[in-house]
Design a protein. Structure first.
Length: 220
């Protein structure tokens, strides 16, 4: 089973690494955070309550497979507001169950963007190595100091032309971490057999170089 699970908090470099790896080894890539963000986006923009289980489950069930795949390319869901909303929605077990089925199907039958079969699947999120794909031969868990992550996110948002305050970004990151780690269902934590990488003082190239060696040893 050719599956690479990448877990970790926001702004630890999961997406950058996942996309680069997928391109290099012809794997299909799924950013699972986009699924939770997409649900939050839908609820908030329809004036719904992000904490209402029935609403969140109904939105999750209404997402087609094609829509779930497409969400990761939508830039409108990348704001702190939808990240925060996603973290609330993600604490609802029934929502996770709906998304779990889709993520498992993707990992078992990964396809490339043009619909042709892929050599394997890369999923990034919070519970990929522990819950979604516990049998994955490669599990990576990325960490980084909150201040570094806030700085990365701050620069990213500024580049997009958004007006943001560094302290707000940091406190948002810290409260999201706390919620994601302390929730009862599928909390953010490394799988026992995950390779833990602190990316605080590493460039994206450094991380990639370490990981591709590790991947090549485990996936032929
Ligand atoms: O990776 P991200 O910042 O786009 O994720 C947004 C939120 O979604 C995150 O705070 C927690 C939740 N999430 C989750 O609970 N499980 C996943 N596999 C992916 C994301």
């Amino acid at each position: 089973m050719n599956i690479i699970a990448i877990d970790g908090s926001s702004a630890t470099g999961k997406g950058t690494l996942g996309k680069r790896l997928a391109q290099a080894i012809d794997f299909s890539y799924l950013d699972t955070g986009a699924l939770y963000r997409g649900i939050a986006y839908e609820i908030i923009n329809n004036g719904g309550d992000i904490h209402d289980e029935a609403t969140a489950v109904s939105v999750a069930k209404g997402l087609s497979g094609a829509k779930m795949m497409a969400l990761q390319n939508e830039s409108v869901i990348r704001t702190e507001e939808y990240g925060r909303g996603a973290s609330f929605v993600a604490a609802i077990p029934a929502v996770r169950q709906v998304l779990l089925d889709f993520q498992r199907r993707f990992s078992e039958n990964p396809v490339m963007a043009d619909g042709t079969p892929a050599k394997g699947a890369i999923l990034d999120g919070r519970d990929i190595g522990t819950v979604v794909c516990p049998e994955a031969p490669v599990k990576l868990f990325l960490t980084a100091r909150p201040e570094i992550r806030a700085e990365r996110r701050f620069k990213e948002l500024q580049l997009k032309g958004l007006c943001v305050i560094y302290e707000d970004v940091l406190s948002d990151i810290q409260s999201r971490d706390k919620r994601d780690k302390e929730r009862t269902t599928s909390p953010l934590k490394p799988a026992e057999d995950a390779l833990i990488l602190d990316t605080s003082d590493l460039t994206a190239d450094d991380v990639y170089a370490q990981v591709i060696r590790y991947v090549n040893e485990r996936i032929k």
